[in-house]
Design a protein around this ligand. Structure first.
Ligand code: GLN
Length: 637
C-alpha cells in the first residue's frame, strides 16, 4: 500500500520525468498509469510504486513499439481486447417501456445467478454527456456510491458489488461524454488518417473496444452490460448499435439480450397487459436486436396466458418470458429469476454451466421477510428530507446485519434539523430506540441536533455508530462535554460563519487551498490499521483493514492527546499513524465512530463488521432487558 506521503500529483510526475502534464494526464486517463482519483475535476494522485511499475513496463515495450498497431494503446490493451473477443460471453440488459423498473437490480441478480463458477464484470453504459458521473448532482441521482478506486458512481454499482461480490472500477461506467472525448482525442492525434469520422463505425467501434477491453483485462468469463435508459431514447442509440454489432462480431452463441419491460394491470381491467412490451420489442427489432429473454416487471407473477401472448407476438420461447415480480426486498429477485427458469435459459443459450449457489442467500432472505424475535429499533439521524435515497447503503447495511440475528430490525428516521427546532424531545425519541446511527453528511444544518443525539447515546448507554461526519461530531461532543472545551467544533462550521474556538475537527492538510466546496475530497479505499485488543480489531478480526472514504475533514491531531486522556480511544488510523480513523469509548456498551463508510462494502452474506457489532449489541441488550422484565413480572405475581 502506498504511503500517504508518497502520493504524487500529475505535476510532480511531469516534473520528475521532464515531460508535459497533459501527457501524464493522458496516461492516467487511459489507465496505462494507475492512479487514485481524488476529485471530480480531474485531480489524481499517483503512488511512487505505480509510477515505477509503469516506467518499467514502458521500457520493456519500447523494443516493439512498431508492433503496437493501435494508437496510444499498448500491447496490454491489444492483448486484453483480443482475449475478450475470443473468450468472453456477454449478457446485455436493455430497458423498455419506462425507466425505473430496476434494471440495475435485474442485471445484478442475473449476475448473482451465474457467479458461482464464472467471473463477471458489470459494465454500465450511460447516455449522458458528462464525462464523469462524479460531477452530477447527487440529490438528483440518490446516493453517491464511492468505489475502491475513488470513483464516484451511481447506486447501480452498489447493487453490482452487493450482489456479485466484485470490487468495481470507475472505468466500468461508460458515458457518452467519455466516448466522444476519446473520439475527439483520436481525431486530433491523427488516428483516423484523413477519414471522415462518423457515428458509425467510429463511435460504435470505440464503444465496442471498451466492451472488449474491460473484461479482457481481467480475463472475465462474462461481460454484463447494462444499457441506461429505455429503447427509443435518442441517448442510447449508439450503445444499442454497438451491442448489435457485438453480437454480429463474436457470434450469436456468445451474446444474450435481455429486455426488461413493464406489464401493467390497469385498474378496472384487472388484467395483465402486454401491449407496451410488444411495442418495446418492435422498437428493439427495428434496431436489429431480437431479445432472447423478456423480463416483465409486474405486480403479480405473469400468467401463462400473458407469457404465451408475449412469446407469440415477440417471437421468443414462452419459457424465456420471466416474471419480474414487485417484491418487498430486492434480495428476492435472484430467487424469483431462478424459480422462473432464467438460469437454465442463460446456460443453454450461452453454453455455460455455473449452477447458482443460493442456499445461504435464501436463508437470509427468509429471515429478512419473516423475522421473528425481539424488535430492534435503529434510528438513523440525518438532515435530509429525502433521507431514504441519500442513505441507501446505510439502510442496506442495517438490513444485512438484521438478517444475521434472531430479531426484527426496524429503521426509524430522526430529522435532526427538526430536533434543533425543538419540535420534539431528543430523550423522548431515543428512549424508544435500541441503536443509533449518525451517518455521513455535509454542512451545518442539523448538526447541533446530531450532537444532542450523540450526547444522549453516550450518557445513556445507547449503542451508537457514527459514520464519517457522525464520528467527527462525536469527537466534537466529547470535547465539549467531557474534555470541557465548550467552544469545540469542526472547522466545517466555521465555513458557515460559526465561531470555532477549539477546532477539534479540521481540514485535511491535503485539502488546504482547495476552496471549491465538495470539489475534491479524500476518496476511495485506503488501508486502516486497528489497535490491538480494541473493539474495532475484535469486530474485524484483523489488525489491518481496507475501507472507503469520502471526506475533507479529520480529527485535529493537536487535540488527540487531550481526548485520549479523557477516555476516548482512537483505535484505527492510517498506516502512517497521522489520521484518526476509528474512535471508541471502552466503557460504553457500543460507542464507535469511523471516518470511513463501512456501509459501502456491506453485503447480505457478509455484513459490515461495525454494523453487525451495533445490531448485535442492541439485540443482546434487548434480550437481557426482556428477560429481566419478565423476571420482574413473575416476581410481582
Ligand atoms: N463533511 C465531513 C467531511 O467532509 C464529513 C463527510 C462525510 O460524512 N462523508 O469531512
Amino acid at each position: 500500500m502506498a504511503n500517504e506521503e508518497q502520493l504524487l500529483t500529475l505535476e510532480d510526475v511531469a516534473d520528475r520525468l521532464k515531460i508535459s502534464v497533459s501527457t501524464v494526464r493522458r496516461w492516467v486517463k487511459s489507465n496505462e498509469l494507475r492512479s487514485i482519483k481524488i476529485g471530480n475535476r480531474g485531480q489524481y494522485r499517483i503512488s511512487l510504486e505505480d509510477l515505477e511499475e509503469f516506467l518499467a513496463e514502458q521500457e520493456s515495450q519500447q523494443a516493439d513499439t512498431t508492433a503496437v498497431a493501435t494508437y496510444k494503446r499498448g500491447r496490454e490493451w491489444r492483448q486484453a481486447v483480443d482475449w475478450a473477443r475470443a473468450h468472453t460471453k456477454y449478457i446485455v440488459v436493455i430497458g423498455g417501456v419506462i425507466s425505473g423498473l430496476g434494471k440495475g437490480i435485474a442485471s445484478a441478480s442475473i449476475g448473482k445467478l451465474l457467479n458461482s463458477r464464472l467471473s463477471i464484470v458489470p459494465i454500465k453504459c450511460d447516455g449522458y454527456l458528462n464525462t464523469d458521473p462524479g460531477t452530477m448532482n447527487p440529490i438528483e441521482h440518490g446516493e453517491v456510491f464511492v468505489l475502491d478506486d475513488g470513483g464516484e458512481v451511481d447506486m447501480d454499482f452498489g447493487h453490482y458489488e452487493r450482489f456479485l461480490g466484485v470490487t468495481c472500477r470507475f472505468e466500468w461506467n461508460l458515458t457518452m461524454g467519455k466516448v466522444y472525448k476519446t473520439i475527439l482525442e483520436h481525431e486530433r492525434e491523427g488516428f483516423y488518417l484523413g477519414q471522415t469520422v462518423q457515428l458509425i463505425p467510429h463511435v460504435t467501434d470505440v464503444i465496442k473496444e471498451w466492451f472488449f477491453e474491460i473484461p479482457g483485462r481481467l480475463q472475465a468469463d462474462i461481460g454484463l452490460i447494462e444499457i441506461g435508459g429505455t429503447v427509443g431514447d435518442m441517448e442510447n442509440e449508439l450503445y444499442l448499435e454497438a451491442v448489435r454489432q457485438l453480437r454480429q462480431e463474436v457470434g450469436e452463441e456468445n451474446v444474450l439480450f435481455v429486455l426488461l419491460t413493464y406489464i401493467p394491470i390497469p385498474a378496472g381491467v384487472e388484467e395483465q397487459k402486454s401491449k407496451p412490451t410488444q411495442q418495446s420489442v418492435k422498437l428493439l427489432n427495428e434496431r436489429g436486436i431480437r431479445p432472447d429473454v423478456i423480463i416483465g416487471r409486474c405486480a403479480e407473477r405473469l400468467t401463462e396466458k400473458i407469457k404465451r401472448k408475449i412469446a407469440l407476438f415477440c417471437n421468443i420461447n414462452k419459457g424465456a418470458v420471466i416474471s419480474g415480480l414487485d417484491v418487498t426486498s430486492v434480495y428476492q429477485i435472484p430467487l424469483i429469476f431462478e424459480e422462473e427458469g432464467l438460469t437454465e435459459i442463460v446456460h443453454k443459450r450461452l453454453s455455460i454451466y455455473s449452477p447458482p449457489q443460493l442456499l445461504e442467500w435464501r436463508k437470509l432472505v427468509d429471515r429478512l421477510l419473516s423475522p421473528s424475535g425481539p424488535l430492534i429499533r435503529v434510528a438513523i439521524c440525518g438532515k435530509y428530507t429525502n433521507l431514504h435515497d441519500s442513505y441507501a447503503s446505510v439502510i442496506e447495511a442495517v438490513k444485512h446485519s438484521g438478517a444475521h440475528i434472531d430479531g426484527q430490525v426496524e429503521i426509524e428516521w430522526l430529522d435532526t434539523a427538526e430536533l434543533e427546532r425543538g419540535n420534539f424531545s431528543c430523550a423522548d425519541f431515543l428512549r424508544k430506540v435500541d441503536a443509533v446511527i449518525v451517518p455521513g453528511g455535509f454542512g451545518t444544518r442539523g448538526i447541533e441536533g446530531k450532537i444532542q443525539v450523540i450526547r444522549y447515546c453516550r450518557e445513556n448507554n445507547v449503542p451508537f455508530l457514527g459514520i464519517c461526519y457522525g464520528m467527527q461530531l462525536a469527537v466534537v461532543e466529547y470535547a465539549r462535554h467531557v474534555v470541557g472545551l465548550s467552544g469545540a467544533h469542526t472547522t466545517e462550521a466555521a465555513e458557515d460563519g460559526f465561531e470555532v474556538a477549539d477546532p477539534v475537527v479540521c481540514i485535511l492538510p491535503e485539502q488546504v487551498g482547495i476552496t471549491q466546496k465538495g470539489g475534491t475530497m479524500r476518496l476511495g479505499g485506503h488501508d486502516v490499521m486497528l489497535k490491538e485488543n480494541s473493539r474495532a480489531a475484535r469486530l474485524y478480526r484483523s489488525p489491518k483493514i481496507r475501507e472507503r472514504f469520502r471526506h475533507r475533514y479529520e480529527v485535529n491531531p493537536e487535540y488527540v492527546a487531550r481526548l485520549e486522556k479523557a477516555g476516548m480511544v482512537f483505535s484505527g488510523h492510517n498506516p502512517a499513524g497521522t489520521i484518526m480513523q476509528v474512535m471508541e469509548l471502552p466503557n460504553h456498551p457500543y460507542f464507535l465512530g469511523c471516518q470511513f463508510h463501512p456501509e459501502l462494502t456491506s453485503k447480505l452474506e457478509e455484513p459490515a463488521p461495525l454494523f453487525r457489532g451495533l445490531i448485535r449489541t442492541a439485540f443482546e441488550r434487548k434480550r437481557t432487558q426482556q428477560a429481566s422484565e419478565s423476571l420482574a413480572g413473575e416476581a410481582q405475581e
